[in-house]
Design a protein around this ligand. Structure first.
Ligand code: FES
Ligand code: FE2
Length: 451
């Protein structure tokens, strides 16, 4: 083991009790292996990932609050498969979006309300519980062919903390055993009570793993997103590794980066954050280092007035970003007011592209001021939760329309992808600030080895 191991490992709150979600997790020695870079480019690796990862893992398909009335459904697409996730009289169920007659895709619209699905090819009809209810000209079919009433084929589906996961494997291990996060961790945020207020899917020019990796570390912030230096403690980040590839980083917000020389002046960015928390920056007496604590205190004070319940949250959760990763392709930016659910979805046939799929969710509110500006919602976004906005799609040559920081990432990642292709690049070399990346690859590799 290296002597300098974890020299810079930070702990956000040294006083956090060991059973608190804030507690620093024990360090794991994940070795120093350099992984084969070919999985970022070739079709063979893509196939292996399909068989060993996407076909076998619990995948985040959507959120419970998107299925409000019986008949509500949305499609979840993963590589070549399309899955219908729908609310039935018996609860939420998932099915392959495929007609049992001759295999036509049943539904094209990405979301809607249908209690029955009528196949567009010959009009066989299915209830949203999957039951086959009508065969056109049934008397022309030999009962030995259709007597078993072939309905829609079900997909394993579980609800966890307001989120819907599916698994394409038959009889997978229960989600609870594979998700890796401590029990209650995600539940604290009451995502089941939140609504999607914006949903953007944009196509990016790199392998999906390059996307996961960029969002699993804060090491690149100073270089790619220099404007974050005034307000994000990028070197004070606490990295935590959980079982089964899950991980978390706590990025302290409301403090200057330790890379900045001036640690005293309350910069423009910090002033902005103070005013967001209802503190007048012109009368604020403290220095830069006092801002984060002042925000926490102010939020506790105004919570009741705004109808927000912060009682189950640590002080740090009120100010910081708890970016929480779930294997294989999810990161949730957790905040008491709302969450960002991000998915890094592989392109169906092009290993050097992926879809960055992000849902912004909020506690229902009629007060637009409850949506912090830093969450990056376009002006006038309805956060009441009454209407589920349509998903916005952006092609690879379009800006994802998600604000400066994400535009910087979208523009930069193709350069990583291209450079990694070069004969001059051997494989990734990760430091401590990239321990979540190594943890992710250890789990990826473990699953790829399973027969
Ligand atoms: S393929 Fe669906 S009714 Fe024929
Ligand atoms: Fe970034």
């Amino acid at each position: 083991m290296s002597r300098i191991k974890n020299k810079r490992t930070k702990v956000i709150n040294p006083n956090a009790s060991s059973d608190s979600y804030e507690a620093k997790q024990p360090t794991i020695d994940l070795g120093v292996q350099c992984y084969d870079k070919s999985s970022y480019f070739d079709q063979k690796s893509m196939q292996a990932e399909w068989h060993k990862i996407w076909s076998r893992s619990w995948l985040l398909a959507g959120v419970v609050s998107d299925l409000r009335d019986v008949g509500d459904y949305f499609l979840f697409e993963i590589l070549d498969e399309s899955i219908i996730v729908t609310l039935t009289k018996e609860g939420i169920k998932a099915f392959y979006n495929v007609c049992s007659h001759r295999g036509a895709i049943l539904v094209d619209e990405p979301r809607g309300n249908q209690k029955v699905f009528v196949c567009p090819f010959h009009n066989w009809t299915f209830r949203n519980t999957g039951d086959l209810i009508r065969i056109t000209d049934e008397d022309t079919f030999d009962p030995r062919i259709v007597g078993h009433r072939p309905g829609l084929v079900g997909v394993e589906c579980e609800i966890y903390a307001g989120i819907i996961f599916i698994n394409l494997q038959d009889n997978p291990s229960p989600l609870k055993e594979e998700i890796g996060l401590p029990e209650g961790y995600l539940e604290t945020y009451r995502i089941d009570k939140m609504n999607v207020v914006r949903h953007v899917v944009s196509e990016w020019g790199s392998n999906w793993k390059v996307g996961v990796e960029a969002f699993y570390e804060s090491y690149h912030l100073h270089a790619v997103h220099p404007e974050t230096k005034g307000v994000m403690g990028d070197l004070n980040v606490q990295y935590d590794l959980y079982p089964f590839g899950a991980s978390r980083m706590i990025v302290p917000l409301g403090q200057p980066s330790p890379r900045v020389h001036d640690q005293k002046t309350v910069s423009e960015g910090l002033q902005f954050m103070l005013s967001e928390a209802g503190i007048d920056p012109s009368t604020f007496k403290g220095e830069a280092a006092d801002v984060r604590g002042a925000i926490q205190k102010a939020k506790r004070q105004y919570a009741a007035a705004k109808g927000l319940d912060y009682s189950g949250f640590e002080d740090g959760q009120l100010s910081d970003s708890w970016a929480t990763g779930i294997f294989p392709n999810v990161q949730i930016g957790c905040h008491p007011e709302g969450v960002f659910i991000m998915r890094f979805v592989p392109h169906p046939f092009e290993p050097e592209r992926f879809y960055y799929d992000t849902m912004t969710m909020f506690m229902p509110s009629d007060d637009a001021a409850n949506a912090p500006l830093w969450m990056g919602l376009p002006e006038g976004t309805d956060i009441s939760g009454r209407v589920r906005p349509p998903t916005e799609y952006y092609d690879i040559d379009q800006d994802p329309n998600l604000g400066l920081v994400l535009s910087q990432d979208a523009a930069f990642l193709p350069k990583v992808q291209r450079g990694m292709r070069s004969k001059g690049f051997v494989g990734q070399l990760w430091g401590e600030q990239e321990q979540r990346l190594r943890h992710f690859h250890v789990e990826l590799n473990r699953r790829l080895q399973i027969a």
